[in-house]
Design a protein around this ligand. Structure first.
Ligand code: HEC
Length: 98
């Protein structure tokens, strides 16, 4: 019983970290995005990057991690080269410090 509860807690924590910000939670989305200045990258990220999973906000990954992630996600989100570059600039600018 105790291990079951511990497993559930671990699952909840992992899910919370990995699923990202729910795009349907409009208030939370607006609050989260209001801290970034407007840019093409921000607009594209907001439009395209929560279709399959929640928003993985820029500050959840380091600037070293983002390029490889964007390489994988750009085709999924059907970004062209300009859009991909704009999103990469946006996420690395606001990335986690280290
Ligand atoms: C067509 C569906 C789809 C779209 C659109 C999409 N993703 Fe993903 N994303 C996935 C899937 C599936 C995974 C889990 C598998 C993986 O990591 O490759 C994932 C994983 C991730 C991860 C975690 C990967 C890691 O290594 O930490 C991040 C961060 C991420 N996506 C960001 C984005 C961003 C930013 C965009 C917009 C450019 C985006 N995603 C658009 C499907 C999508």
């Amino acid at each position: 019983m105790k291990t079951l509860i511990q497993l559930c807690l671990i699952a909840v924590v992992l899910y919370g970290c990995s699923a990202g910000l729910n795009p349907k939670d409009t208030a939370a989305v607006e609050a989260a995005f209001s801290k970034y200045e407007e840019s093409d990258g921000k607009a594209i990220f907001k439009e395209k990057c929560a279709r399959c999973h929640g928003y993985r906000l820029p500050e959840t990954r380091t600037a070293e991690k983002w390029p490889r992630i964007i390489d994988r996600m750009a085709p999924k989100a059907k970004l062209n080269e300009d859009q991909k570059a704009a999103v990469l600039a946006f996420v690395t600018k606001h990335a986690k410090a280290s």
